[in-house]
Write a protein that binds this ligand. Structure first.
Ligand code: SIN
Length: 390
């Protein structure tokens, strides 16, 4: 197998990652004995779980473009500490080289788009990824894309890409909870399974997915729920869309007939307006809200208490924001459950938008995309947020 690695210049710095308890265990131990496999298509009308069974000696391998961005999957142990590590120290090609059997799944090209901990993920990397992926699909250069990424903001990058990539071809984000130098590093297995899912014909039409720890999630629903567990990603309010193991890829339902709205990348001009997330708490006043408006925020997402509520003072601050033309979306800090319209807070009276199924960090991205494309009225924004039924 030939790996082609192209380093795309990028200026973001590699920063020291926060310590994770699982990083404590020195040198890599896990050697994966994974069975190679590829796909047996299942009827599009089937209501059964869709299963891809392995074949021996695949003749025509799909082309997978791997775009590496850093994160713990590319992390190396920090000599200064027994449990610390630096996210984003290992290059994308090295990651692939450490995955036995992956060459049986696909012809793989690796490009290093960034090498950062995902706490430093930013609009520049998002747009670089989006343009690269769209180009690879439009020119038939790749049948699928796998993005390696830190887990901390993976759900945000996945959701951004879901909203801007227009293609039937799958994009799979993967990462790791343990650095590549840890005993029982999970990165190699996650990488293998990400490519396995990406090359499954059943993955087509499903948009952007996150694959970690044998589980397949849709970008809209997935969220990081544990600081340390390998099973950190959960599709809250919905459940995963499938499972993957060394022998098979199983989707729980056929691909959806229609995806959500896709924003035209060319209209975004690689630029997203400023939207702040403000966290609700007891004894809350309006200072953060007023400051955000004064600082030029075009939108505010309230990570509200309960079903997206806030104190009387904070709501008065949000009303002042609305009066100045700032879009206000109510989401919740709770983590599961929907934020419905007009329950404890009258969105109709205040001119707010309810986030329904979107958590604050995803509500922020959707609001940015809407504002960037000239959608500013609460009614239009609410229509784009939908009602949580997807
Ligand atoms: C990061 O998000 O870059 C660090 C944490 C991780 O990848 O799990």
């Amino acid at each position: 197998m030939q790996f082609k690695t192209k380093v795309v210049p990028f200026t973001s710095a590699n920063l020291h990652c926060s310590v994770k308890r699982h990083a404590l265990l020195g040198a890599a131990l896990a050697t994966l004995c994974l069975v190679s496999g590829f796909v047996a298509p299942v009827s599009a009308h089937s209501t059964q779980p869709e299963v891809s069974m392995p074949q021996t000696a695949p003749h025509h391998l799909p082309h997978v473009l791997v775009l590496a961005t850093g994160g713990t999957i590319a992390g190396k142990a920090d000599q200064r500490s027994a449990i610390g590590y630096d996210a984003g120290g290992v290059g994308g090609k090295q990651l692939i080289d450490g995955v036995p059997g992956i060459e049986q799944l696909a012809n793989i090209t690796v490009e290093q788009v960034a090498n950062i901990g995902s706490q430093n993920m930013n609009d520049a990397v998002w747009f670089a990824l989006a343009h690269r992926i769209q180009h690879a699909f439009e020119t038939h250069e790749a049948d699928a894309v796998v993005v390696t990424h830190g887990t901390d903001t993976m759900e945000e990058t996945a959701f951004f890409l879901q909203n801007v990539i227009k293609s039937k071809y799958p994009v799979v984000l993967t990462g790791a909870m343990r650095p590549s130098t840890a005993i029982s590093a999970d990165g190699p297995a996650n990488m293998y399974e990400a490519v396995k899912v990406a090359t499954s014909e059943q993955a087509q039409g499903r948009g952007v997915m996150v694959v970690l720890n044998d589980t397949i999630h849709a970008a809209r629903w997935v969220s990081k729920t544990s600081t340390t567990d390998l099973q950190t990603f959960v599709s809250v309010n919905a459940g995963p869309i499938g499972y993957v193991d060394p022998a098979s890829v199983r989707f729980l339902a056929p691909a959806p007939q229609a995806s959500g709205p896709v924003f035209d990348l060319t209209r975004l001009h690689d630029n997203l307006p400023r939207v702040e997330i403000i966290y609700g708490h007891s004894n809350m006043d309006a200072r953060q809200i007023d400051n955000a408006v004064r600082d030029g925020a075009k939108g505010i997402v309230l990570a509200g208490i309960g079903d997206g509520n806030a104190s009387t003072e904070a709501l008065a601050g949000l009303d002042r924001a609305v009066a100045k033309g700032v879009a206000v979306v109510r989401a919740s800090r709770v983590g599961t459950g929907l934020v419905n319209r007009n329950v404890e807070v009258s969105d109709d009276q205040h001119g707010y938008v309810a986030s329904y199924d979107l958590n604050p960090q995803k509500a922020r991205i959707l609001l940015q995309l809407l504002l960037a494309t000239g959608v500013t009225s609460a009614t239009q924004i609410q229509a784009a947020f939908g009602n949580g039924l997807y």
